[in-house]
Design a protein around this ligand. Structure first.
Ligand code: FNR
Length: 197
């Protein structure tokens, strides 16, 4: 079976450049024969992490949904904007909640779902550096705290507000090729260590 790739945009807004880049990545992955699932973090409706809320009502269902989506994928691609040099709270908050899911009822905890899971990063910004700094932080966060295997290949799409044509494809062939390389690296690692089904 072909690897199952979960694609997570780090911005949920309608006009999001990162959602557009995620759509390009999804099309690229499907063209490469991968199975793609796209996740909308906004739909998880996660409140900002609050220990009192957790103590009162446990980890919200949205975090369990994210855990399940990761657990049933062979690789995860995150496409992140940059807010003041940092990945968005939408991404960090979702993963912080995920990390709070305890093991139980024959289910692995949140951190068991991410451990040794292949992952890759893309980013986009209207600025010239394409949110590059956010990927550096996100790479460290996912590797150090979540034990994810983040492939070295990554791509930051600068001037992203001018990067897409009317069909949503990348105008620059080299940019499109860079996305293909990141997907290929993720697919190679996902094939090498597929998650048991
Ligand atoms: C930004 N933006 C931004 N861009 C950048 O390249 N480096 C940065 O540090 C920041 N900082 C920043 C902080 C905050 C709070 C906001 C709201 C925005 C601009 C950002 O790249 C731009 O809004 C993108 O369009 C956001 O990504 P989406 O929503 O288009 O995917």
């Amino acid at each position: 079976d072909s690897p199952r790739i979960l694609i997570i945009p780090g911005s949920a807004r309608d006009g999001s450049l990162n959602r557009r880049l995620a759509a390009v990545a999804a099309a690229t992955a499907r063209a490469a024969g991968l199975q793609v699932t796209e996740m909308d973090l906004r739909a998880l409706a996660l409140p900002v992490y609050d220990g009192d809320l957790e103590a009162a009502s446990g980890v919200p269902a949205g975090a369990h949904e994210l855990r399940q989506a990761i657990a049933t994928s062979d690789g995860v691609l995150i496409v992140t904007p940059e807010y003041n040099g940092f990945p968005t709270p939408l991404v960090i908050n979702a993963f912080d909640w995920l990390s709070r899911i305890p093991p139980g009822d024959g289910q692995a905890g949140g951190l068991a779902a991410t451990a040794n899971k292949p992952a890759a990063l893309l980013s986009a910004s209207p600025g010239p550096l394409g949110a590059l700094r956010s990927m550096n932080f996100l790479r460290q966060y996912l590797q150090m705290a979540f034990a994810m295997l983040v492939v070295p290949q990554q791509f930051a799409l600068g001037r992203a507000n001018e990067a897409f044509d009317g069909e949503g494809a990348l105008k620059d062939a080299r940019a499109a090729q860079s996305v293909e390389k990141v997907i290929a690296a993720l697919a190679t690692l996902a094939r090498a260590m597929p998650t048991p089904r």
